[in-house]
Ligand binder design. Sequence first.
Ligand SMILES: C[S@@+](CC[C@H](N)C(=O)[O-])C[C@H]1O[C@@H](n2cnc3c(N)ncnc32)[C@H](O)[C@@H]1O
Length: 249
Amino acid sequence: MTTDYNKHGVARQYQQAKQQPWRHRVEAYSFLRCIGDLAGKSVVDMACGEGHFTRRLKLGGASTVMGFDVSERMVELARAQEADDPAGIEYVVHDARELAVDRAFDLAVSAWLLVYAREREELARMCRGIASWLRPGGRFVTFTTNPDLYLFQPRGDFRPYGFEVLVEDQVYEGAPITWRIHMDDTVLDIENYYLPISAYESACREAGFRDFRVHGLELAPAEDGVDDHEHWAEFMRAPPAVMLECVRE
Ligand SMILES: C[S@@+](CC[C@H](N)C(=O)[O-])C[C@H]1O[C@@H](n2cnc3c(N)ncnc32)[C@H](O)[C@@H]1O
């Protein structure tokens, strides 16, 4: 069943899940490098959750940053952090499958949004919604579950990194992909859905995007300078996430 981020405790658990080392070493490093220069840009963070990346986009030099999420609880957490430490970010409750009203951002980003589309029609609505936030020539960059994880032989073993990715025996469109995140005192299951990369590409094209590209993940250098590539080898052999980029016509 689709993860309910409004359910008691889930939003807080997710906040805790963002503390795992791979979030910093691979997720944030790859995503922010793919997003690139933020200076002077207006940016919308779609499915912003509690603002994990939204704050980093503003700190990274974006001129205007707005975050939206369909979960009221997530937006509440994001606003609470904005109240504690104001960065000038506006957070709103909004469903990415709906069109924006009168908006023209330079850049639209999302970490973990497209994976909530279970079938192509829902994905098409989402991509039309995303396009509606951008000015012509504006970029969309997203970090998402790697649908090709079904193809890796052997399948990836992510337990050394604090999570598992549970998939069906046979792949089919809409198949659930469960991220089981193990934390000290709790386990959080997040359900995503499989659609092939070709479905993402055609939905983006039909929504008015061009120059669709797929980017692989990168590993940030270790802060203490110790070579730990061996530890990360399995993660990078069977990368569980991928980044997509395209430009609005
Ligand atoms: C895994 S969390 C990611 C949050 C944040 N981007 C991050 O990386 O920390 C996924 C988020 O997507 C949001 N979401 C799912 N479907 C959505 C939709 N149709 N429109 C807007 N947000 C959505 C959920 O409420 C949840 O906050």
